[in-house]
Design a protein around this ligand. Structure first.
Ligand SMILES: Cc1ncc(COP(=O)(O)O)c(C=O)c1O
Length: 395
């Protein structure tokens, strides 16, 4: 998912333009002098088909701001999945709430039935994560959440450009959050966005991300505040980069899809291999190609052959960033705070154990992925296909 591969003169020119204007702060005075972040927000809202978009400093910040805007705090539980980046549940802890984890299914996104089984009277939000560029089963998840009036926050950090039945993922729930960090398809170095169709929630988020300032046109320094907030503001330089990268999105997604289709055809010949389930293949942003082997031994053997032939795949069972079973600091309740915050507040926090999510652990243990690179050419695709031929011969 790396947009950094296509950084070129257009991004350089955009940064030079910002420097020549001499305005780096989006709320520069008098109002209207900052323009790139606001334009990026408007263009991103229109790209995703959302009413409102708010740019922030990172995908992690977007999650934190969205949860704060929803009023999530101590005493609340938030359900998310056991295959995600740590940021998803760090944001929940950062609000003082308790992350509750559910299983993923063959989509490698939230298993709706497992999620249903984790709902309690304290559940204040549900965060499905659109992992590796493809869709979670949002209709099923929303139906369960809507029955109980629980808002859904879609963590779309890894799936900008992905659609489900023609609609951008991230736009079905109360909020969708995106990441533009260094390795994402659309990159601003660091950066993030949240989208919503709800004006009240947007207003909460907009004020919260800027110390609670209400942004009334009375001049910076004279604004009022309805509540406390913090600083998650995006810079003009990032806004300008985002606009250039966003214009490249359609071509990037088309390129990912071309590469993914070519490699999928090659992999389909491996005996016993099954592909990750993608609810809407036509809308897949195609940044990853992911498959399951019948067992851990076969996955290990295939990974070794691919690595030997310069086509190494990610073995998710060993991954320490995204796999619940490998988050040792979570299981230990490790924190810098001497009093044990936030764990000391959570009833039964010690129940976070590597054994908690057996279905997720077993799926990931036999799961491999290639991250699709934009700059692969036909020769590279051919060389990877030949690596697959070695696997086919060995199985
Ligand atoms: C699923 C998920 N959520 C949130 C984030 C956090 O985004 P950022 O790195 O911009 O803070 C990431 C980043 O990789 C992610 O993969």
């Amino acid at each position: 998912m790396p947009g950094f591969e296509w950084l070129d003169d257009k991004e350089t020119q955009a940064l030079v333009e910002v420097m020549n204007r001499g305005i780096l702060f989006r709320y520069d005075m008098p109002p209207g002098r900052g323009k790139y972040v606001e334009e990026f927000e408007k263009t991103f809202a229109s790209y995703t088909g959302s009413r409102f978009a708010l740019a922030v400093t990172s995908g992690s910040a977007a999650l934190k701001v969205a949860l704060a805007a929803l009023g999530v705090g101590p005493g609340d539980e938030v359900i998310t999945q056991g295959f995600t980046f740590v940021a998803t549940w760090e944001a929940i802890f950062d609000c003082g709430a308790k992350p509750v984890f559910c299983e993923v299914d063959q989509t490698l996104c939230m298993d709706p039935e497992s999620m249903r089984s984790k709902i309690t009277p304290r559940t204040r939000c549900i965060i499905p994560v659109h992992m590796m560029g493809a869709q979670a089963s949002i209709a099923q998840i929303k139906a369960i959440a809507d029955e109980r009036g629980i808002p859904v926050l879609e963590d779309t950090a890894q799936a900008v450009g992905c659609t489900l039945n023609g609609r951008h993922v991230g736009t079905s729930g109360a909020f969708g959050t995106y990441s533009f960090d260094a390795v994402k398809t659309l990159t601003t170095g660091e950066g993030g966005m949240l989208v919503t169709d709800d004006e009240g929630l947007f207003q909460n988020a907009s004020e919260y991300h800027d110390h609670g300032h209400d942004h009334k046109p009375v001049g910076r320094g004279n604004e009022g505040r309805r509540f406390i907030g913090f600083n998650f503001r995006m810079m003009e330089l990032q806004g300008a980069l985002g606009l250039v990268q966003l214009a490249k999105m359609p071509k990037m997604v088309e390129t990912y899809r071309h590469h993914k289709n070519a490699l999928k055809e090659a992999l389909a010949r491996v005996p016993g291999l099954t592909f990750r389930e993608v609810p809407d293949a036509a809308g897949d942003s195609a940044t990853f190609l992911t498959w399951f082997m019948p067992d851990v031994e076969a996955a290990g053997r295939m990974a070794a052959i691919l690595a030997e032939h310069n086509a190494g795949a990610i073995p998710w069972g060993k991954n320490t960033w995204h796999n619940f079973a490998r988050w040792e600091h979570l299981h230990a309740g490790a924190t810098l705070h001497k009093g044990g915050w936030p764990f000391e507040r959570l009833e039964g926090y010690s129940s976070y154990s590597p054994e908690d999510l057996p279905a997720t652990r077993d799926l990931l243990a036999r799961c491999l992925s290639w991250q699709i690179m934009l700059n692969w050419d036909e020769a590279r695709l051919q060389q990877m296909t030949e690596a697959v031929n070695h696997v086919v011969a060995a199985f």
